[in-house]
Structure formats: structure tokens, C-alpha cells
Design a protein around this ligand. Structure first.
Ligand code: SF4
Ligand code: SF4
Length: 295
């Protein structure tokens, strides 16, 4: 079983559309959406959710109103300004303290020092993850709560579960829609994968972002390939990118022309390959063949 991770230097390069097209071309594959901060593979693959689980990225404090004696010690100690005197009355005091879950960083200091043993320390629910069926096979994906962090931890969880299911189902290939950028989620997306495919665009910012992400991937001792989306919008820049990455020992294995079919397919909730048999589909098929040859 092989694991292919598709990433990009930044969002909006067409990465997810290409992953969706790969899904429609793959045989006996399983898919994972590890772009958890902007998950949209489900918009094309239209998963039928079979199992939903909560994701906990850490622990948080919460005050038990009935026990609070309103001494204010927790508020004084909290470095994150997460505790306020805005709770209801109880049998002892007219007002109690509460924890703001958005500000609580889970340091546990308040829990340790509360004289009334009034503070609980429980798993915080930061999102949900799903095992679903799609028309191309099983998909594992997630929804992170608004402004939640720990997406690297969620990415690792999704990859682990995808691998477990792939082993059970005897899938030959795992295709991962990885996180963009160079932060913790992308590191969690590519660690231990068999092949990384970077999608880029022929723009100056695309070139810079590609350099940064290629540098990051190089540190992981994983084979890296590049595909240039919309290459014909700036063939000179596409050529420059090809030359640049070659100097790093990375090959451009696909060039996909600009085609409005990409957007139209997205609107129709289909992959480009399902939507049209035109030249752009041939570009994607050629890229797919090259990637499958390399993995
Ligand atoms: S330290 Fe405990 S008893 Fe004191 S205000 Fe905080 S929660 Fe209430
Ligand atoms: S766990 Fe830490 S951050 Fe959270 S409320 Fe208590 S002292 Fe503040």
C-alpha cells in the first residue's frame, strides 16, 4: 500500500480539484482530506457519512458553579485572562467565576490551586471527524471548530485512521489532500508518506511558495514531484519554475492547461475528469500516469 500526498505552497492552486480528479482515476484507493482548515474535497466527492467522532485537541478547565466560593484565586493565577466573575449565584455566594473556553489554554494552573476543588479539567471538543463512502471509495475527513487550533494533531489522526481502514480494506493506494503552506498541518500531512506531489501556479508568488514548500519537503527524505496548474497562463514563468526545481533534483511531471471546466466541474460537484473529456482531462491523465509510475 502506498501513500500519495498532494500539497501546495498556498491555497487556491487547484490542488483539491486535482485530488478529486485523481480520485476518479484511481483503482482500489482510499481518500483523506487533511486540508482541515479549509476542507472542501467533500464538495466534489459528496461523501455519505457512515461514522462521526469527536476530535479533542487537548484539555480545558471548567468551573463547577455549585462548588465555587468566589475567592478569585483562579482569576489571579490565569495568565490567559480566561476567567471572569460572571457566573450565577450558588448557595454560598452571589456570583461565581466561569472559564471562557475560547481563551483557556489548558495550562491546568487554576485546577491545581483552587481551594474548593471546584475546577474540572476535561477533554475539549475541537471538531469532528468522519468516515464516509463516496462514489470512488472510502473517504476520511474532518470539520474543525471555528478558530480552533491543533489542526496538526487532527491531520495526524485522520492519516492514522485512513491507514487503519486502508489496511482492513486492502486498498492499494491512499490519496491525501494535504494542507497548504509550511506549518504544522503540512508537516503532519507528509511525514512518512511515499510520495509528495506539489501543485503550483506559474506566478511569482506561486514560485516563492513552491520554493518554501519544496525546501520543507526536502527535509523529510520523501520523493517530491511538481505539477504546474494553468501553465499556459504564463509559459515563461512555468519554464522558470521547471528549471528551478530541477536544480533541486525535483521533476515537473505534469503541466495542466487553464480551462474553465475546472470551475464548471466544481459547480456541478464533479471532478474535471468526469465533467469533460477535453484536453485538460488528458493533461490530468498524463500527470496521473506519471505519478503512478513514480510511486
Ligand atoms: S479558585 Fe476555585 S473557588 Fe476560587 S473562584 Fe476560582 S473556581 Fe471559585
Ligand atoms: S487551565 Fe490555565 S488557561 Fe485555562 S482557565 Fe485555568 S489557568 Fe486559565
Amino acid at each position: 500500500m502506498k501513500e500519495l500526498v498532494v500539497i501546495s505552497g498556498k491555497g487556491g492552486t487547484g490542488k483539491t480539484s486535482i485530488v478529486a480528479a485523481f480520485a476518479s482515476l484511481a483503482k482500489n484507493a482510499i481518500f483523506a482530506d487533511c486540508d482541515v482548515d479549509a476542507a472542501d474535497l467533500h464538495l466534489v466527492l459528496e461523501p455519505n457519512v457512515k461514522q462521526t467522532s469527536d476530535f479533542s485537541g487537548g484539555k480545558q478547565a471548567s468551573i463547577i458553579t455549585e462548588k465555587c466560593i468566589s475567592c478569585g484565586k483562579c482569576k489571579d493565577l490565569c495568565k490567559f485572562d480566561a476567567i471572569n466573575l460572571d457566573g450565577p449565584a450558588n448557595d454560598i455566594v452571589a456570583k461565581t467565576y466561569t472559564v471562557d473556553p475560547v481563551s483557556c489554554e489548558g495550562c491546568k494552573v487554576c485546577v491545581e490551586f483552587c481551594p474548593a476543588d471546584a475546577i474540572e479539567f476535561k477533554d475539549s471538543i475541537n471538531g469532528q471527524w468522519f468516515i464516509s463512502e463516496t462514489r470512488f471509495g472510502t473517504m476520511v475527513h474532518a470539520k474543525l471548530g471555528i478558530a480552533e487550533e491543533n489542526s496538526g494533531k487532527l491531520v495526524s489522526l485522520i492519516r492514522k485512521e485512513t491507514k487503519r481502514i486502508a489496511q482492513e480494506q486492502k486498498n492499494d493506494l491512499i490519496i491525501i489532500d494535504g494542507s497548504p503552506g509550511i506549518g504544522c498541518p503540512v508537516i503532519a500531512s507528509i511525514t512518512g508518506a511515499d510520495l509528495v506531489l506539489i501543485i503550483t501556479e506559474p506566478t511569482l508568488s506561486g514560485k516563492h511558495d513552491l520554493e518554501r514548500v519544496a525546501e520543507l519537503a526536502a527535509g523529510f527524505d520523501i520523493p517530491v514531484l511538481v505539477a504546474i496548474n494553468k501553465f499556459d497562463l504564463n509559459p515563461d514563468m512555468a519554464g522558470q519554475i521547471e528549471e528551478d526545481v530541477l536544480k533541486r533534483g525535483i521533476k515537473v511531471v505534469g503541466k495542466i492547461r487553464y480551462d474553465k471546466a475546472f470551475t464548471k466541474a466544481q459547480i456541478m460537484k464533479t471532478s474535471v475528469v468526469e465533467y469533460t473529456g477535453s484536453a485538460v482531462t488528458e493533461d490530468i491523465k498524463a500527470l496521473w500516469r506519471n505519478v503512478m509510475y513514480a510511486i
